[in-house]
Design a protein around this ligand. Sequence first.
Ligand code: SF4
Length: 376
Amino acid sequence: MSNKTPIQWTHSTCNPSMGCDGCELWPNPSKVRSELVTLALSASGESKLRLTALIGLELHPYEYASQIFHDRIDLALKLESLIPEVPSYLWLEKLEQIFKCYAGILHIYRGGKPADWSTPSVKGHAAIFEKPELFPGRVAKSANLPDLRGKKAKDSPWLDGLPRLIFLSDMGDALSRSISFDYLKAEIIDNVTSPQGQRHIWLWLTKRPKRMAEFARWLESRDLTWPDNLVAMTTITNQKTSNRIANLRQVPAKVRGLSIEPLWEDVALDLQGIDWAIVGGESGKSARPFDLSWARSLLTQCHQSETAFFMKQLGANIVDDGYPLTVRDRHGGNWEEWPCDLRVREFPQSFHDDSLIQSQPEKSNPPETPTIVPSC
Ligand code: SF4
């Protein structure tokens, strides 16, 4: 649980589980192998068959890609000794480029390398990122955090006056296959609907909206409804993954949102039934370009569909009108450095008017105005 987070669109984060089955941002070992073979082929005169065998042998001991990431420096040195045409720094660069999931990388850095791959070296993490572990009690703890309704948010004026927003699962995906619906009900639903939990708005983000909809049906079959203060959200990164929106619509949530980050291309979205869209460019060393025309197009699409638009960050490789745009913040997250028209950080109106929340605020204050734009 983190009471404070640098993520601009939430006050707090909470992880009822740590780790994830993976998605397009996290490779499996065979994807790692094929990327390394491609790199080797670009420099070596050896046949593809031989390079595949050499690299495959080095990767053979690893069952999960996160284990490869842990050992990437040693591996890069070994690969250089086997295929000297590619220096170790290029092997390392490639190994780091393939892993795009911020949660997975952070998990590995913070959790450390487990001695025997079965016990995490730092408590509170999964030993292996791809094998999620449960942490019951964390959502109840977050539910007890102070009520923020009507309070000022220091350094984040766009959050002023809102109930506490709690992002569920920023360090994995709680809808990974191995996590049971019984656990999700006991850990998430029971605590989100408790008197303490109902003072906050919970933002549940998954790349598995189909399983989220299955979970909603499972709840219905037990005469339980989806809580009003539990926002159902999914991530999309390109046109292909936008098919997750149709699955998200099957979740009977009062508010549904999209995290469109990292956005890799221009997308045209069907935003029917979608109340909120968060947009962001990629950050990190090998960030792909983020063309601001894609963000502008989404801003227009959102406003045409009455979907609140939240520009989170421009990323580390910004292109505006065909030219690179340089900013000081390495994530492009400081909106004072952005073109004026993109300084938009909106929330659904229901976040402001307390309609998602049952209990009364500790101090009553008038709802805040939804959009704040710094002067240009
Ligand atoms: S945590 Fe999210 S981004 Fe990371 S691998 Fe899992 S689904 Fe993908």
